[in-house]
Design a protein around this ligand. Structure first.
Ligand code: PXP
Length: 250
């Protein structure tokens, strides 16, 4: 368990989504990353997907070269992405499942089913100095497997909980919140650093910040949407305040 400050990592994928809608260079996701850092982001996350639908190779190269805060490189555990991570040596490599037909990452990585394929990838990335983070469901089996495979970090998938909150399904939301809190406690008891992400907004980030085992939230889509109305810096400042409120109230 940690009593420290909860870190905010900002995911800039959807700045690239808007850029790619017109195929040019604007808006520049790297400019958004620098602005996010100025506004208080303690890390930047970017997901280079196989189909390059948002982040492009040149974006990852620029982030690795220019960032003054940790880069969390979100990637599928494919030979292509592992080779890139081994060359760029990002601070963290967050392994996620990837399906071409999905609109966004739909669930956690099947670490139990893919144990034999993931083990060498995790070992290589760890050896290269990148902190491996496994994006998983908040359940005991994948959490225990992450610890067994030697990943130092797990990121618990918050999407199911966030959907239930937004849809007003209170019983489901309560059950999902308990699943996250129990998952975070189990992961921390196994010596894992615990992150969370997917679908978080001001309200859900505030609530989840009360669970003391979480040390980092990675948030993208909501912040980029909110930036349309109040600007990216202000959205990050308000997110930071919501997280600090939630942590203080625990
Ligand atoms: N963490 C992981 C592993 C993700 O795949 C995503 C979505 O790309 C996020 C965090 C951020 O989710 P959102 O964009 O919904 O805030």
């Amino acid at each position: 368990m940690t009593n420290g400050r909860l870190r905010l990592g900002v995911n800039i994928d959807h700045v690239a989504t808007v850029r790619n809608a017109r195929g040019g260079a604007l808006p520049d996701p790297i400019r958004a990353a620098h602005l996010a850092v100025k506004a208080g982001a303690e890390g930047i996350t970017a997901h280079l997907r196989e189909d390059r639908r948002h982040i492009r190779d040149v974006d990852i190269e620029r982030l690795a070269a220019e960032l003054t805060v940790p880069l969390n490189f979100e990637m599928a555990a494919t030979a292509e992405m592992i080779a890139l991570a081994l060359r760029l040596k990002p601070h963290a490599a967050c392994l996620v499942p990837e399906k071409r037909e999905e609109r966004t990452t739909e669930g956690g990585l099947d670490v139990v089913g893919q144990e034999r394929a993931l083990a060498p990838a995790i070992a290589q990335l760890n050896a290269a100095g990148s902190r491996v983070s496994l994006f998983i469901e908040p359940d005991a089996a994948p959490i225990r497997m992450a610890a067994k495979l030697g990943a130092p970090v797990v990121e618990l998938h918050t999407g199911t909980w966030c959907h239930a909150v937004v849809d007003g399904r209170q019983d489901k939301a309560d059950a999902e919140f308990r699943r996250l809190a129990e998952g975070a406690a189990l992961a921390a008891s196994l010596g894992l650093e615990v992150h969370a992400g997917h679908g978080l907004d001001y309200d859900t980030a505030r609530q989840l910040a009360a669970v003391p085992e979480f040390v980092e939230f990675n948030i993208g889509h909501f912040l980029v949407g909110e930036a349309l109305f109040i600007g990216l810096e202000q959205a990050i400042v308000q997110m930071r305040a919501a997280m600090d409120e939630g942590r203080a109230a625990k």
